[in-house]
Design a protein around this ligand. Structure first.
Ligand code: ADE
Length: 250
């Protein structure tokens, strides 16, 4: 039976999903807990990788090697980089790049040595399914995503779904100076986070379809640490649950 690997870095990013897996059972591998179960009849393995590229890469490898998943989705929060990518919006990656990879002058800046790639593409069909699910969840007025109180507290406008480049690195980007430098270096980058490109590389190596969907928690600016913490405590899990509900429900 096909089995989806579902990853996030931190528990608040997936708490509402874990609460909905009626038959989940846990297995610990390499210091991480893997929840095996079903949702709407789909078999899935859910895991929290922790933060950063190494944690994400080892977790993705275990999902493939030990649990035999045949596709992986990474979800959670990200910092908005491009103009118009606002807190509360959703970004689905077409491709991911490690913004802190630099083996120049041996290899071009951003290229992962010996792969010939700096941008790792996501699976087009899986990404399209996530975009459709996000649009469906965002458009549903009775849905749980746009809770009125949270929308007011975070001044959320009607969320948009963006598609394009997500960049990852082992840094929480928390100054305007740093996010502006990233935007100058990678003008088409929509959002920044700390895991996705590492999982994209693992999935590329194994030939496993991969997609990434992030909700914007902050603008990667001087207020990012405050905005991120409030957002993931109060809103992030609701987003991932609503979008994945739309993805799984018939
Ligand atoms: N994830 C959410 N916000 C982020 C930021 N500003 N930098 C890196 N990863 C993030």
């Amino acid at each position: 039976m096909p089995c989806l690997g579902l990853m996030a870095a931190l528990r608040p990013e997936l708490a509402a999903v874990l609460d909905r897996m009626p038959d989940e059972r846990r297995q610990t591998v390499g210091g991480r807990e893997y929840w095996l179960g079903h949702w709407h009849g789909h078999e899935l393995v859910v895991v929290l990788s922790g933060i950063g590229k190494v944690a994400a890469a080892t977790t993705a490898t275990a999902l493939i090697e030990r649990f035999g998943v045949d596709r992986i989705i990474f979800t959670g929060a990200a910092g908005g980089l491009a103009d118009g990518v606002r807190v509360g919006d959703v970004v689905v990656a077409h491709e991911l790049l490690q913004h802190d990879m630099d083996a120049s002058p041996l290899f071009p800046r951003y290229e992962v040595p010996l792969t010939g790639l700096s941008r790792f593409p996501t699976d087009a069909a899986l990404a399209r399914e996530l975009i459709d699910a996000a649009r469906k969840a965002l458009a549903d007025p009775a849905g749980e995503l746009l809770d009125e109180n949270a929308a007011l507290e975070f001044s959320l406008q009607t969320p948009l779904v963006h598609e394009g480049l997500i960049v990852s690195g082992d840094r929480f980007v928390s100054t305007r100076v740093e996010s502006a430098a990233l935007c100058r270096a990678l003008p088409d980058a929509l959002a920044v986070e700390m895991e996705g490109a590492a999982v994209a590389q693992v999935c590329h190596d194994y030939g496993v379809p991969f997609a990434a969907l992030r909700t914007i928690s902050d603008r990667a600016d001087d207020a990012a640490h405050v905005d991120f913490t409030r957002f993931i405590e109060k809103v992030a899990s609701r987003y991932s649950a609503a979008i994945l509900e739309a993805y799984f429900s018939p």
